[in-house]
Design a protein around this ligand. Structure first.
Ligand code: DX5
Ligand code: ZN
Length: 223
């Protein structure tokens, strides 16, 4: 399966994480974020085990798909056992699917499952998880993109951890050419540092949906 949504954006793009959207207005919130310049929609999935919070599942992903028929839908699985959830999210219309290297299922198997279902495969690293072991083990060959968490996963609205950017710089020095997604506390105040470190997919929830002007927030992260 191949379609235009699957491709990564050229250059740098901002992804709107719906975790801070008004869920009673989800379709309108997604349309507003895309109209304001968001390049993709980020869907945070939490299981109450890998992180101490619950969020949304495949049915919500399907609703996002219908609200954003042409934008990439980026699913971030913060779950302990992601493998069995990959196919339900693919069927719900996800384009990109990320699992954590700290989760219990084999990240390579998860990435292969995502690719076999026609999705781009992402591997995510918590703030305190180094990337060196994954580089040394060749694990990144299984990934189409890397997600670096810049907060402890579980909640939106936390403070950005700038030390995480060292991992983006290391990945670029090591020759990683694919997209690097940064997620957590990203805002117009730190987006330039993220871009300078080599991050290309900037995810934001509260800096967009908590602002009164989504376009100003998104442009502030792109400029
Ligand atoms: C955190 C999620 C993030 C979160 C970002 O566990 O993975 O995507 O929604 O929220 P902000 O941008 O408010 O830190
Ligand atoms: Zn996320």
């Amino acid at each position: 399966m191949s379609h235009g949504r699957l491709a990564f954006p050229q250059g740098v793009a901002v992804g709107a994480s719906i975790l801070s959207a008004d869920f009673a207005e989800l379709g309108n919130e997604i349309a507003a974020a895309l109209g304001a310049g968001a390049g993709f929609i980020h869907v945070d999935v939490m299981d109450g085990h890998f992180v101490p919070n619950l969020s949304m599942g495949p049915a919500v992903c399907g609703a996002v798909r219908r609200a954003a028929p042409r934008a990439p839908v980026d699913v971030h699985l913060m779950v302990q056992r992601p493998l069995s959830f990959i196919e339900p999210f693919a069927k719900a219309g996800a384009d990109w699917c990320t699992v954590h290297v700290e989760a219990q299922d084999d990240p390579r198997e998860c990435a292969e499952r995502s690719r076999s279902l026609g999705m781009k495969a992402g591997l995510a690293f918590n703030p305190r998880t180094p990337v060196e072991h994954a580089l040394d083990a060749g694990l990144l060959d299984a990934a189409d993109f890397i997600l670096l968490m810049s907060v402890q996963p579980g909640y939106s609205g936390q403070a950005f951890m700038p030390e995480v950017l060292a991992k983006a710089r290391l990945l670029r020095r090591s020759g990683w050419q694919g997209p690097i997604e940064i997620d957590g506390g990203v805002s117009p105040l730190n987006a330039e540092a993220c871009r300078a470190a080599g991050c290309t997919l900037l995810v934001s929830a509260s800096a967009i949906f908590g602002s009164g002007d989504y376009a100003a927030a998104i442009n502030g992260m792109l400029a």
